[in-house]
Every structure is written in C-alpha cells, then in structure tokens.
Design a protein around this ligand. Sequence first.
Ligand code: FES
Ligand SMILES: [Fe+2]
Length: 438
Amino acid sequence: MGINTNDLVREDGGVQDRRIYWDEDIYQMELEKIFARSWLFLTHDSLIPNPGDFTTTYMGQDRVVVSRGQDGKVSAFINSCSHRGNMVCRADSGNAKNFVCSYHGWTFGGDGGLTNIPLEDEIYSKPVDRKIFSLRQARVESHRGFLFGNFDENAPSLKDYLGDMAWYFDTFMDAPGGSELLGPPMKMRIKSNWKFFVENFIGDFYHAGWTHAAAVKVIGGPLTAVLGNQAVPEGFQFAAHNGHGFNAAPGNDEVFPHIHQGETARMYEEWLRSRKPAITERLGEARARIYNAIWDGSMFPNTSFLRGIDTWKVWQPRGPHEVEVWTWTLVEKDMPDELKEGIRHTNEKTFGPAGILEGDDGENMEGNTGVNEGFVTRQQVLNTEMGLGSETTNDDYPSLVSEPPDNEAAHRNFLRMWRAMMAAKDWDEVMASRSKGA
Ligand code: FES
Ligand SMILES: [Fe+2]
C-alpha cells in the first residue's frame, strides 16, 4: 500500500495525520492489525445466562455468534455458513441448541461445529471435512462476567491485555455483588470515524463544559458543579498500559457527581453512600475514593463507558466514515430494581439514540470526520498535545496519572497503542515496542 503507519501518528502520540480518520486503505489495515488481534467486548454473562442462550454481534466488521453451550461454556464463532457464506443466525438474541443455515440447511452446534448436512450421504461423493468447514472460533475470556473475544491465538490473555485497567474496572466490577449490563443494546449509526468517539470518551473532559453546556443546564443536578461552568474540574486522568484510559472526577461524602435526576438521583446517592464502607474494606481507600466519581473511559480499541451516567458502549466500525453505536446500561447487580430502571431511563435520555448528550457529541464527531473529504484539508494534521509531559506516577494509583483531568495524555496513550499495533507484525512486536515506552 506504500503507507508507513509510523508516519501517521507522532511517536509521543501528540500529532496525527488526518488520513487515519478517513482513508479506506488505512481502515482496512485497522481491521486486520487492530480488530483481528485485540480483545473486543462481546456481551455480559447476565445477557446470556442459560445454556443455549445466544446473541449476535460484531468483532470489527466480522459478524459473530456468541453462544452459551449446554455445559455453560461461552463460544464465539463467525456467523457465516461455510457452504456458500450466508449468515447462520439472523436473530439479535435468543436460545438455540443449533444454528441452521436458511439457504440449504447446513447445521452448526452451539460452538460453531458443523454437525449436519442435509442429504450428505446421498449427494456428496465423500463426507465434508468437519475440521475445515466448522465455523472459525474466537478465543473467549471473561473479566468478572464481561465477555471478550479475540481472533488472535498469539494475543496475550485478557488479564494481561487489560493490565492495570482491570484494577480500575474492579472499582465497580468487583464491588460486592459485581456489576452487570442491562440490554438489549440500543443501536444507531453516526457518520464518524470510530476513533473520534473512543478518544472523546477516553479522556475528553475538556469538551464537556462547552459541547454539553446547554444540555447540562437543562439536566441540572450535581453534574453542573463538575461540568457546568467551564471551570477546570478536580480529579485525575489515567493512561493505562495497552492504550486504555479514563478520567475520574471524585465527589466527597456530600457531593456525588452524577447525572441522574429526581427519585433516581436520591436512590443513587443513597446507594453510593451505603456502599462506601464495604468498597473501602474490599478494594481499599484509593479505589473507594473514585468509586463515587464521575468517570469517562475507553478500553482499547473500541469499548467506552461512563460511570455516574452509567452507560457502556461499543463503537462498531462501519467503514472509515461511519460507526454503529451499541449502548448498554451499566448497573451494580445488587442495586434495587427500581434504581436499575431509573438508571436505564437516564441512559436512554442522555446516551441513547435520541439522547441529549449523544446528539451533542455526534454533531461534533460527524464534523471532525466529514471535513476530511477535502483533499487539502486531509493533508493537514491534528493536535492532542494538551498536558504533554504532565504524565507522572502516583503511589496510590497504577499507570500514568495526570492532574487535572483536562488533559490529552489518555488520547496520546491510545494513539501510541494504535501506532504500535498498526506497525507490528505480531503481538511480540507490539509488546516489545510498548515496553520501550511506545
Ligand atoms: S449457504 Fe448455508 S447451507 Fe448453503
Ligand atoms: Fe460528550
């Protein structure tokens, strides 16, 4: 293709060639080098709890079925029949022992294994090779019920891939009782490159007081204190190994920075307050301090979340200029049902397809992307130098920590991982370049 991907992002991550948000060839490389080699979010245990439960999703642009076998083990496999390619499952979710292709009836088991071919003895001269023509499986691993898939046999384990991010995730995923997602996911398409959204969530506190100024006024409540008046908020930005990162702006025993309203807000605050002692005991002071924070974060490459708004998202890429946003609601399992429903409604109103905040962001992301149709425009570069050099280490918190959270350290960290993966021929090379501080 003749593109040196190392030239597309400056070594420190602070400057980018705009073609990474526009170019079809670069996008095709991303599908190969990033999406086919990274751990990608599939679903949560709570959404496929029983044997035979399945859901369909995407890993990059590869359609996959995620299915819980009769033995309880979760498999993920390519949703494309090995006869002539048709999808073997067209439903979003359900319960099935087998997946029968609608074209000629080839049948696949709950792990994608080819189990039956109609009239095989009569019309095939020899049996079809079950090994070659079973559906390609992805590796599936779980972090506290959050299920991820990876097509690369040589990728590190999910645990190593998450690294310090797992420690941070456990602030809510390993809270007593754990966390879960409410589904099915809401879905919509936006004409944005997928990376702009990942970056917006990974560490863009900066935009919130400006982009969302009007919406935050309408929503009101404790979030206004954090985002409402263009002030620099207190808190941290974390840049974790392997490109993950997030912001956390903690409250205190009086102030809980979240976006819920009315009775949901009251129940939410009561919940956080009542849980604090157990969280401190289980997870320690440092994580208890950020337990009641408002968080925005992304896990490399395309999963994002917000705590205090309690949304969980995957930015499914649909070409270089479009993304399909899948949105679940993030709750703690032991929350009362009424509180879970209240949180679901907040998520629908703010980050669902008609969400007041999603709309604000979407307008900007479409702007970021669409302007690059201009040939001269896309020869220019973009900037993520905010807080460059401010990254430091902290005795209480692992990874690189920056203060305040108005910073682009997490963007740069994400983009350095992007650069490392695009250039590396395999995971050994990715790890070698990352350990040199790439
Ligand atoms: S394409 Fe699936 S059975 Fe023929
Ligand atoms: Fe936003």
